[in-house]
Design a protein around this ligand. Structure first.
Ligand code: UDP
Ligand code: MG
Length: 312
């Protein structure tokens, strides 16, 4: 098989048919399979998928999770069953036009020294606030992890099987793919595109989820926040020492009264706040370690269509 297209989806009933048509039209000239991963949808998505499967058994496979495990888990499930020469990941909402898959394939066919093509969103059609948030996220990631995380590089990418194997060799339970894609290395070519507006439905990532995703990414990939304690501790100690000298001189030389309890309260509350922040950061890492050592499965499959061990 030349190409396997992985489509993670959650409640995308309004998009699946249109996506399937668009994929089929774009990939006419190549031998491909499409693996849909239904990430525990509670709308009509699965029925639509099984209908598509029954009409296109040679090209379509479906994995259905027992509940919503998140896009990261869905992508992993797709990679786990991908045996093609090239593997592509694409969203179900048609924001990422399937026509680019052929462009990526042509590029990899022609350039043996590249292992992967990643589509980079130029944010041309995004709201300014979204653009700003996303750019800030990428720059924080890059500065804290010391690793190049190409700004705007989406999960929409085409990989050779070696890259898929490398991603699968990572045993982490908390997977932050945006970081893992660059962590595994390989020669990545970045191709620019403008993401379209969603075809139907609303984004599954609201502001709260985006902030939590960014926090997860940072903690999974960097231990720098832990150093905040050391840095803050040092700075505050220096400040406290200087202040101590000032107070000492004022009292001994100028005979001034010691400042009252208001300033004392400020210092105590300030330090208390900092200690809580630092404790919280340490707690985040302990929680991550706790979740990792439990080694729970990353996703649970309810049933599959198009695989030899069909449970129908
Ligand atoms: N998705 C998923 N599981 C989730 C959330 C999202 O499989 O828990 C899928 C979703 O159906 C879509 C892709 O991930 O195919 C990207 O999601 P979305 O379009 O909501 O994100 P955005 O494009 O707004 O970043
Ligand atoms: Mg989308």
């Amino acid at each position: 098989m030349k190409l396997n297209v992985i489509v993670p989806l959650y409640n995308e009933e309004g998009n699946i048919d249109a996506l399937f048509k668009s994929l089929s039209a774009s990939l006419k000239s190549v031998k491909y399979t499409i693996t849909f991963i239904d990430d525990g949808s509670n709308d009509n998505s699965y029925n639509i998928l099984s209908d598509i499967y029954s009409k296109n058994k040679s090209t379509v496979k479906v994995i259905r999770f027992s509940r919503n495990f998140g896009k990261e888990a869905a992508m992993l499930a797709g990679l786990n069953v991908s045996k093609a020469q090239y593997t592509c990941i694409i969203d179900a909402d048609l924001q990422q036009d399937p026509k680019y898959i052929m462009d990526m394939m042509k590029f990899l066919d022609a350039n043996a020294d590249y292992d992967e093509v990643a589509m980079v969103n130029d944010y041309a059609k995004e709201k300014t606030s979204q653009k700003f948030l996303k750019k800030t996220f990428y720059s924080i990631m890059e500065q804290t992890t010391g690793q190049k995380v190409q700004s705007g590089a989406s999960d929409f990418r085409l990989m050779r099987s070696g890259v898929v194997d490398a991603l699968l060799s990572i045993q982490e339970v908390n997977r932050f793919s945006k970081g893992l894609f660059s962590w595994v290395g390989f020669n990545i070519y970045y191709m620019s595109y403008s993401a379209n507006k969603r075809f139907s439905g609303a984004s599954k990532f609201n502001f709260r989820k985006q902030v939590s995703y960014a926090k997860e990414g940072l903690i999974s990939f960097s231990t720098k926040p832990l150093k905040i304690a050391t840095i803050l501790g040092t700075l505050i100690s220096i400040a406290a020492f200087l202040y101590f000298i000032v107070v000492l001189l004022q009292t001994l030389i100028y005979g001034k009264d010691l400042p009252g309890y208001a300033s004392l309260m400020c210092v105590i509350l300030f330090l208390g706040g900092i200690q809580l922040i630092v404790l919280g950061i340490i707690g985040e890492y302990i929680a991550k370690a706790y979740l990792e050592v439990k080694r729970r499965p990353i996703y649970i499959t309810k049933n599959k269509l198009g695989f030899d061990d069909d449970i129908l």
